[in-house]
Design a protein around this ligand. Sequence first.
Ligand code: 26V
Length: 821
Amino acid sequence: MEGLKKDVIRHVVSSLGSDYASKSAYNYYNALALAVRDRLIDNWIKTQRSYYDEKAKRVYYLSLEYLPGKSLMNNLHCLGIYETARKAMSDLGFSLEDLAEQEWDAGLGNGGLGRLASCFLDSMATLGIPGYGYGIRYDYGIFHQVIEDGKQVEQADNWMRVGNPWAYERGQHLFPVRFFGEVKNWTDEYGRLRHTWTAGDTVLAMPCDMLVPGWDNHHVINMRLWSARSDVEFDLDFFNTGNYLGAVEEKIFDEKISKVLYPSDQIEEGRELRLKQQYFFVTATIQDILRRFRKKHQDMTELPQSVAIQLNDTHPAIAIAELMRILLDEDLLDWEVAWDICVSTFAYTNHTILPEALETWPVSLLERMLPRHMQIIYEINARFLREVERVARSEDCGQLCHRDLDHLKQRVSLIQERPIKSVRMAHLAIIGSHSVNGVAALHTELLKARVFDDFQRLYPQKINNKTNGVTPRRWLWSANQPLSRLIASHIGTGFVRNLDELTQLEPLAADPAFREAWRAAKLENKQRLQAYIKRKLMRELHTEHLFDVHIKRIHEYKRQVLNLLHVVTAYNRLRHGQAADFTPRTVFFGGKAAPSYFMAKRIIHAINAVAATVNADSRVNDKLQVVYLPNYCVSQAERVIPATELSEQISTAGMEASGTGNMKFALNGALTIGTWDGATIEMAQAIGPELLFIFGMREDELVSLRQHGYNPMLYYHGDEELREALDMLRSDAFSPGQHGLFAPLVDNLLHGGDRFFVLADYRQYLGAQQDVGRLYLDQEEWTRRSILNAARMGFFSSDRAISQYAREIWDVAPMAGLQNG
Ligand code: 26V
């Protein structure tokens, strides 16, 4: 401890240039972070050296998004110096918790996809897998959300303003990135046509490395994030021609590439700068991968034995064309050889089947910005369609006439003709990869049977499932110390590394003393949340209420509106005196809406309007409270999830690819109210469906309802309570003086076809909520179920997920001697 204290003081003085006697929390947080980083860097160097010495096969995880959140506590826990640090900082006059608050969340992602990437890096580090995360260091991460007059207002997330003590910026290792320009043809010595891309603009990619430690194993992997740097500073011409301001303008223009994260998910907007971001990130990463590979290899055909590249959704899929370009134009390989290398190296994960999220890029844009890549994509497509024709003809499908074949080719083509001629990035990713995986069993089945059914017939081995998982380090040990300590006192700490060990808790569910201790841990977390809400929102929570929590991105398919209709109905019952047996509850909502997503923003407004009405109504507010948690983010999830008793996972069946919040809640002892969707299905199977509150129509039932003609009006007319709730929303009951404010929401349900089947599931949802309320009155049974939920969550560790990727997709093994510390 004395060593750490000394290091902190030294950093306050020599790294931060401050007087150690001026007790600034900000300085002491930074100094502590630097002292922790010192302890990581030695292991990081040893880890990287061991990969090199052992010629280990490396895994590259390519993701446009990461959501690491805060690093301090996690890193202290991983290094096993949490207690030491707590004491050291306390000696210096600080509480570790307060210091940790000084750190800004690294919010370099939108939601589930980015957080999954961060959980996966944690697991690679812990399992000792030679992995690297690659991404973009956005100057501005996901916006900061404030709620003003009930509405979302976005503020810039200037997360680096105060510096980032965790990152190493490597300004000396710059990689060139080229755009635009033209392609020149030439003939090589064997008379073969060759191509050279001479690009117009050049930008530089600067690596910023963040160290990702494993749990108690001295293994530290690297997350390398690229930041755009202009090359004009190096162009003396500008000075010579006296165009200094011009040079600066160009610099600003170039550096715009990594300025900001696109804040919408699930809705594809097709902006030129977004494509620039993708290619910028991809080319820098591929150059770095090949640089490392070439240190030990000359023969490019050895690439797939040494390198596995995982594409996190289609956002980095242009990497396939980029690697082809390098192999063809720089290494001068033949097409077939190059293509084999690509397919054997790449694998693609799909994270959504919502049609509006499937990426396409206009051919005209690609031709202009990346002319050589567009040529390559055309060539990939031509060869692929010939292959499709061959397979289709050779197959025993005699009835396959030319018309069908033409349709098949149109459907699977990399190029879509309408509404504008575009490249389908998912098709490029599928064809250019040896593995395509979904993120939960149902999702993968839907990929095979519906979204990518033609590809499933063409390549029956390619599509596979890898159900998501979450890291127990952050989401149990670090976020929930009261519960973790309790668990550890009975079964030891092995569960942090091997989550299956939680099954040892099962017999304890029958032990009244253990149940009491379990409840005490939950209460402690609820009180902690209460104190936080009091500080931040100046509101008093009732900790004896059932804490019912719905936190995730705001999206129609996630059905926050269904939850809101339950709240309004509960409110009406209480007002009308029809709810004598109502179990008091506080309903929490939290989540960000894409700034351009009108309906999602209106949903936030409606939730806040209902909250204001309910909370102000003294007839009900001792029994029902509604809280909107502004600026939902990773660190907020870490506070809220441990305090949650009921987890809302109520997406329209078939639409939530997996969900990962669902796992974090159950792991922390919340019970789940949810639909038969995503990974919630597998959770129900692992835990026992009777221990969750499952309701609503299943995916196949919805398909058939849709086919037979779904009429939401029937539900409206047939259900008095539903009608009352919708009529209130449409009127100004929650928006005094602003008639019609929420009409778009209601109209969307009644007259817009209710695409997400809110009305179809309303009555069953109410029934399930009634069951929840009833069970909560029986605290012993509730606690028993809570324990069993957590005890059976072992499968949903990201360690299990990553082990499957490593074995079944990447063919890599953990570094010897690292897995067990
Ligand atoms: C799409 C787009 C479209 C272009 C603009 C920027 C952007 C950013 C992200 C996305 C992808 C959205 C897909 C996504 O986040 N899927 C979520 O992935 C989670 C991890 O697999 C999964 O748990 C969620 O169910 C799924 O919705």
